[in-house]
Write a protein that binds this ligand. Structure first.
Ligand SMILES: [Zn+2]
Length: 181
């Protein structure tokens, strides 16, 4: 499943299976006709998650490199691991693909928590309690009660991905010169 964003982060194209998946997930508001030319930020919950994704979009565009981020989806059981791949396109556009990631997930470690004012990581879904992050599978839909942020581990993972993207000076120089035509 993928979508294409223009230079202003607005939806301009989606994969063929997009509408079918939106219907199956019972979110008709996500159908392409409803989201076309609307910025993705209208659909990203949480200021910190927005800042995190904006930084990743910026890096993909400015470094002209793909970025792949692992993340999890809420409440769908075992196959909840996904990869988000951000690929720069011409004229500042981005192709963003979400694909399932097969892995042998360890059983979630259940923690007790209050249903209100949960701090959760939007990338790995862990729950933060007093600075410690716990893997947990909420037993009910807590998305609307959650205060979505990005945990230190996910920020560190993204940072190390970005650092791996640094290239030898010769390659950077050659590309920098090329982009000027
Ligand atoms: Zn996290």
């Amino acid at each position: 499943m993928w979508y294409e964003l223009d230079v202003n982060d607005r939806f301009v194209a989606v994969s063929n299976n997009w509408d079918a998946l939106s219907a199956a997930a019972n979110v008709p508001g996500n159908m392409f006709e409803a989201i076309r030319y609307r910025p993705i930020w209208e659909f990203v919950v949480g200021d910190e998650t927005q800042r995190f994704l904006r930084a990743m979009f910026f890096l993909a565009r400015s470094k002209r490199r793909d970025i792949t981020l692992p993340y999890q989806l809420d409440g769908i059981g075992e196959n909840s691991h996904f990869r988000m791949r951000i690929e720069p396109l011409q004229q500042g556009g981005l192709l963003v693909a979400h694909d399932p990631e097969r892995r042998n997930a360890s059983p979630p470690q259940l923690v007790s928590y209050a249903a209100n004012d949960l701090t959760r990581c939007s990338q790995c879904l862990r729950i933060g309690i007093d600075g410690v992050w716990y893997t947990a599978e909420p037993t009910q839909d807590l998305a609307s009660h959650s205060n979505w942020c990005v945990c230190c581990q996910c920020k560190e993972n993204a940072l190390s991905l970005v650092q791996e993207m640094r290239e030898p000076p010769v390659a950077s120089y050659a590309r920098a010169g090329f982009s000027k035509y």
